[in-house]
Design a protein around this ligand. Sequence first.
Ligand SMILES: Cc1ncc(COP(=O)(O)O)c(C=O)c1O
Length: 583
Amino acid sequence: MPARSPIPEMPGACSARTAARPSMPRARRPRRPSASWAGCDCRSMRAPTGEAARRARLSSTLSSSRQASVSAGNATESDTDLAASVCRLGPIEYAARGRIPRSGANCPMETPLTRPPRTSQIYTNVLDTIGGTPLIRLPEGFDPEVRCEVLLKLEAMNASGCVKSRIALRLVEAAEASGALQPGGTIVECTSGNTGVGLCMAAAVKGYRAVIIMPDKMSREKVDMLKAFGAEVILTKTGVPPEHPDHYLNVAQRVAASIPGAWHADQFENPENPNAHYLATGPEIIQACDGRLDAFVGGCGTGGTVHGTARALKEHDPSIQIIGVDPPGSVYAHYWKTGELPETGPYAVEGVGDDMIPGTWNRELIDAYEVVEDPESFAMTRRLAAECGLFVGGSSGMALTAALRHARRMGPEQRMVVLLPDSGSRYLSKIYSDDWMKDGGFVPRVSAETATVADLARDRPRATLRGSDDLASAYKHIADRDVDPVPVVAGDPDDPRTELLGVIDAEKLARHLAAGLDLEALQADSCLAPAPPVIDPAAPWTALQEALQDSPAVLIQDERGYVGCTRRDLLRSLARLSHDQDV
Ligand SMILES: Cc1ncc(COP(=O)(O)O)c(C=O)c1O
């Protein structure tokens, strides 16, 4: 088991938080390039120079065990079996699962039948697995205008599924080392969720109590994760100004002051936050790229990830371009460009942006700033999952959107690394929910001039039953999946020409349930209502509105069969219609 290196001196340390939040970043300390090399135990050692220095820095930072874990081994029999069984899924089965086989780099049929398994090893606890995340190449052609190599650093592979586990561990261990956090103590932190998750994971392993304060806009999944680790969660109002007593930072300070033995982690001012990335994330990237890198792109929440990583990258090669990314409504991009704090505004992407300039953010290390709107960020996030198999959070889509803008100006021999901060599992009820995306206005709008019935009904969930299927299946589709009405056909439900027998709607099914009938024992065709009007998907969207004036539901028949649409569905789809000429 590799011993973790002691906490070294902090190069370029940030100053401690003052009572009132500063509106200007503090003056940077002069750089001390030879003071403490990443992970080096000997602080008085003079740094070597040039290429030798670079290699020495890297090899001392990255533990030999992590390096070993990327070396290949031999395929085992079970791997071979697994690969063979995956391979037995031919293109038809892929298609049946809604997956379209493609040619080119991503095509599942072109992957080798057996792969050497990644090596595994035994760790004392989950905290020792943090870091060493992989770089995944963005498939060629993902953006036809991009010619350079784009590598995605997949921080979702960290324990707890987020880049923040890196700083959580470092903050805790630094506090232990300094005596600020004692055995039996309490960790208090205000967070958009992910630092809290990392801290609570560390608290669970090390036996601390954890109290987490977070704004109430954060996803339900994050709150549930914190509770799963045994934390107490206090939700504060989103959008209150920093000077307000209910601002999450002020609440955290009061909570920390009220609990004996509490330690406020304070990721916004704690220099161990950027330090964690200076000592590990940056060197990992340099090593994986064998030192050859032209640009690094990442979003800023506290700024710790980008600035700590940037410091390591710039020390390695000052010509590496660092691109920060911000949502509109946050202060960073504007402050970076003008030196002035703008009005803040709402944005839905989580984990990035801020309404003030924390001590962990450093204007000088950034070469360019990009602003990305929520709809673009979320559309890119969904593309990453659907086209690359990368199930990541909204700020990953934000970072990649900004990255591609830059990458289009880079040459074919150049290389960019984009940091994808967290896993999509935290956003199942948000970015990965079609309803949430529609309700929030995050799906692309369609012009009222040209929209068709299909444009409005595009994302409706579908299900078609055979007459002989049981009624319990209809219940599941209507109650759990929001399919209404459910078409019932005589033949193959996947054959669009099959005969339509009628529909099962929520009203009729409710009468069966109210009468105490056993839905499992009844067939779908015992609960049929006459089919409502069937309309053509190519008709103008107004045809849908007209049909729904006379009938509470309609069916749209397209090349995949029938899909139901109710007045409520129409209402929600209409919110996506744009009456501007320029959509
Ligand atoms: C979900 C999430 N967590 C963490 C980070 C990094 O935040 P910080 O700037 O605080 O290091 C980001 C930045 O993109 C993020 O999106």
